[in-house]
Design a protein around this ligand. Structure first.
Ligand code: DAH
Length: 339
């Protein structure tokens, strides 16, 4: 008899059900009025005295096993997993929230904006898809100007007038068309050039353009502004301006900062010269002012343009420009906690 009860216990424990009906059938079979438990209890009086204790204990075991099983199956069918997962097991450790990092391009861009905003420059932006006028013609680069070849351009095929801007100088034009001097603005943004992708160059990268237009702005103002910038950005204030050519500035110059030759890295970075080229600049060509609706007799200005990616590669000693756009977390995570 006791063995039969034990078999029932094993059966009850192994029981599982997919539907509430199956649970109900199971409940009636064991716990119902005419169910197995009541039948077994009815046998109690026939059990020999010496076995009564064990019989009673075993049958109580069966009763609680069946009661528990019904409760457990009913609960799980009423709250299917997804729903009970709303709160889940509140005692389990939480999922850690992964802490992000600023992208090195954003870090450098932010530093540049901070530095220029301290001397009164605001931030302006323009579209990445540009027209010929803003990217070239207004900047003193008419249609057949050979200097257009300096920047290999992505054109939108259906319309040769529409292109991906090759530099942020296009924002200068837009800003001057919409604002009269005094103008002090910097324009960070992404630019595109039809170049083969390698460790050193990419078909898209980032620039910051600077523009200052007012009465009596001179080359000396340009030089002082750039010196202030290199001091704040790199902690180095020795700069030199090498004569150069850009169609939109006259005179034009290339800016080198004296990096020094103290470490082996300095040697590598500067190819043994101690000097690093960081940007192009010049006095805004009066033609450009006129093109943009600013009186060139009354006003003068300076402009400069630098590559953000290049500066990020220098500052963080990154050997391959492609790392800046591949989004490899092993790379990006190294910038956690910077600014
Ligand atoms: N637009 C030039 C480039 O992409 C950079 C530049 C040079 C911008 C001189 C300027 C400037 O505003 O004055 O290579």
């Amino acid at each position: 008899m006791i063995d039969t009860i034990k078999e029932h216990i094993a059966k009850v424990e192994a029981f599982s059900a997919e539907t509430k009906e199956a649970v109900e059938t199971f409940r009636i079979a064991y716990l119902g009025k005419k169910g197995i438990l009541n039948q077994l209890f009815a046998e109690f009086k026939n059990v020999p005295n010496e076995q009564k204790k064990e019989f009673g204990q075993t049958i109580n075991q069966l009763k609680s096993a069946a009661t528990d099983k019904v409760a457990q199956l009913t609960a799980s069918l009423e709250n299917p997993l997804e729903e009970s997962g709303k709160y889940g097991d509140l005692t389990r450790p939480g999922n850690p929230v992964a802490l992000g990092a600023r992208h090195p391009i954003s870090i450098v861009k932010k530093q540049i904006i901070d530095i220029f905003s301290r001397i009164g420059f605001n931030v302006s932006e323009g579209p990445e898809i540009e027209d010929d006028w803003h990217n070239f013609t207004a900047l003193n680069l008419p249609e057949y100007h050979p200097a257009r070849d300096m920047q290999d351009t992505f054109f939108v095929q259906t319309d040769p007038d529409i292109l991906l801007r090759t530099h942020t100088s296009s924002v200068q034009v837009r800003y001057m068309e919409n604002n009269q001097p005094p103008i002090r603005t910097i324009s960070p943004g992404r630019v595109y050039r039809n170049e083969a992708i390698s460790a050193r160059s990419h078909c898209f990268f980032h620039q910051v353009e600077g523009l200052y237009v007012d009465k009596d702005v001179s080359f000396a103002d340009l030089k002082q502004t750039l010196q202030y910038f290199t001091k704040e950005m790199f902690g180095k204030s020795k700069i030199r301006l090498r004569p150069s050519y850009f169609p939109f500035t006259e005179p034009s110059a290339e800016v080198d900062v004296y990096w020094g030759l103290e470490t082996e890295t300095d040697y590598k970075m500067t190819k043994g010269t101690g000097w690093l080229e960081i940007m192009g600049c010049g006095m805004v060509d009066p033609n450009v002012l006129t093109n943009c609706g600013i009186d060139a007799e009354q006003y003068s200005g300076f402009a400069f343009g630098m590559g953000i990616d290049r500066i990020a590669l220098l500052l963080y000693q990154i050997g391959d420009i492609r790392l800046l756009s591949e989004n490899d977390l092993r790379f990006l995570e190294q910038f956690k906690g910077v600014l």
